[in-house]
Design a protein around this ligand. Structure first.
Ligand SMILES: [Zn+2]
Length: 469
């Protein structure tokens, strides 16, 4: 438990933005990345504890396929309209204290939620949700309202809060709704045309923090998630795949440096979506035709469409050995086969993508504040050097080299009356995972043989010698 909750690093959460290209002037969607922050591990743990509590309601929708299945049996009255509601800025609207109350009530009904007490969970949750500081352009800010944006537990808390909210809203409305299907902050329902305005006002009166925007079907159609709903004349709801008007039909290009398997899975995913979201075979045919033509424009040859379905991966067992390699065309396929013979599954990570080359959405971290660095330092007065690793911000570790008497670097500078050249310190690599960081450190030591290191870090299997020498 201690290991799960203890912070392994202390990077401040960072704010950045991704443009919403489907809106006028492409406003930025703010995102906070909290990887490596002090509450990140605790938040992840809480997400694991609270996650299973979400969805214990008939209003919960898992994904668009689930929604389509739920809509099969819906029959609308002649004067019903399909209406969708969207909560404005959900995460930053959920009031932390009220959300904690909702979760406390939920806990009271559950027998066992975690190895630590419900009271402790609530305290920890309060800490994680209220730790809303972040860095933007080198300055610290605090998010004043709602749950911490980058915390992995926030979406789960928002969902639980909305479950309590909708129960209250639906049980107190003067005009009951035949169904209410919600996916996080998007809800689909149906209303008599003349009731819509009053119902929207009712929803917005429940909790001043939670405000909805409303969209009513137009020409018998309304988009919801990635599905277009068609209100048919007999009162049934037909469905087809929906793409935003700004969708450019760009998919992973067939010439991209990715394993064939990834490209096959693009085809499979799009065909699968066509199948599950289309309410009739003619709608599915239309969608498949569209997908094929879009994929041809992305360089896909016809044989990929006819290829058999990718084998369904056997569910992972805890005995499986799985490892990831950067993808190198030709070599990776051979490695996969060799490893496969020994019962090791390999997945491929494409590296050097155009995206990673061209987009840098987050502010760069100043060199001396980097967490999880493998660093190289040099003496100002001679050529002696040292390679080390640290989970903490680099400057804290560097200070120790200048003050801690048992450090090899300290011994050198003190013994010879030399000084450290901190300016020339370089970050060779970063890795937040402790074991992987130690391996990377050992690899750098092996490759560079720095003179001041007393040992070569953790022991590496001899197979590395073949690669490094
Ligand atoms: Zn020196």
């Amino acid at each position: 438990m201690y290991q799960k909750l203890y912070p392994t690093s202390e990077c401040p959460p960072k704010l950045y933005g991704l443009p919403k290209i489907h809106k006028i002037n492409a406003p930025l969607r703010p995102i906070v990345s909290s990887c490596g922050s002090v509450t990140y591990n605790a938040s992840k743990y809480l997400a694991g504890v609270l996650g299973p509590l979400v969805g214990d309601t008939p209003h919960h929708v898992i994904n668009s396929e689930d929604l389509v299945n739920k809509l099969h049996d819906v029959k609308l009255e002649p004067d019903d309209k399909l209406v969708s509601y969207d909560v404005c800025a959900l995460f930053t609207s959920v009031p932390v204290d009220q959300a904690l109350e909702v979760i406390k009530t939920k806990f009271a009904k559950e027998k066992h939620v975690s190895d630590i007490s419900a009271h402790q969970i609530i305290q920890l949750l309060d800490l994680c949700l209220s730790s809303t500081y972040f860095v933007y352009k080198g300055e610290f800010y605090k998010q004043k309202h709602g749950c911490a944006m980058g915390s992995p537990v926030s979406p789960i808390v928002a969902n639980l809060y909305m479950e309590a909210f909708e129960e209250k809203a639906l049980s107190s409305t003067p005009s009951p709704t035949p169904f209410w299907y919600r996916y996080v902050d998007d809800t689909l329902t149906s209303k008599k045309e003349q009731e819509i305005e009053a119902f929207t006002a009712h929803l917005n009166s429940i909790d001043t923090n939670i405000q909805f925007t409303c969209e009513v079907e137009k020409d018998g159609q309304i988009p919801f998630l990635d599905t277009l709903l068609h209100h048919s004349e007999d009162g049934g709801i037909e469905t087809s795949v929906y793409r935003k008007p700004t969708h450019t039909d760009q998919y992973l290009n067939f010439q991209s440096n990715h394993p064939l398997q990834h490209k096959r899975s693009v085809v499979h995913t799009l065909f699968h979506r066509a199948k599950v979201l289309s309410s009739s075979s003619s709608r599915e045919r239309t969608e498949r035709k569209h997908v094929k033509s879009a994929l041809r424009n992305n360089g896909y040859p016809n044989w990929v469409f006819a290829a058999p379905k990718p084998k369904k991966p056997r569910p992972r067992s805890s005995d499986d050995i799985v490892t990831g390699f950067p993808y190198v065309r030709g070599l990776s396929e051979k490695l996969s086969r060799t490893f496969g013979k020994h019962g090791v599954k390999v997945y491929h990570k494409p590296t050097n993508s155009l995206r990673s080359r061209l987009t840098h959405v987050k502010d760069p971290t100043e060199k001396n504040k980097v967490c999880g660095a493998i660093y190289h330092i040099q003496c100002s007065d001679c050529n002696e050097d040292y390679i080390g690793e640290t989970e903490r911000p680099l400057h804290k570790r560097l200070r120790e080299h200048q003050t801690r008497t048992q450090s090899a670097v300290y011994e050198h500078i003190e013994g010879n009356n030399h000084t450290l050249n901190l300016e020339s310190t370089s970050v060779l690599d970063t890795e937040l995972h402790p074991f992987r960081r130690k391996v990377k450190e050992a690899l750098h030591i092996k490759a560079r043989r720095p003179s001041l290191n007393r040992d070569s870090g953790i022991e590496l299997p001899s197979v590395y010698d073949l690669i490094l020498n």
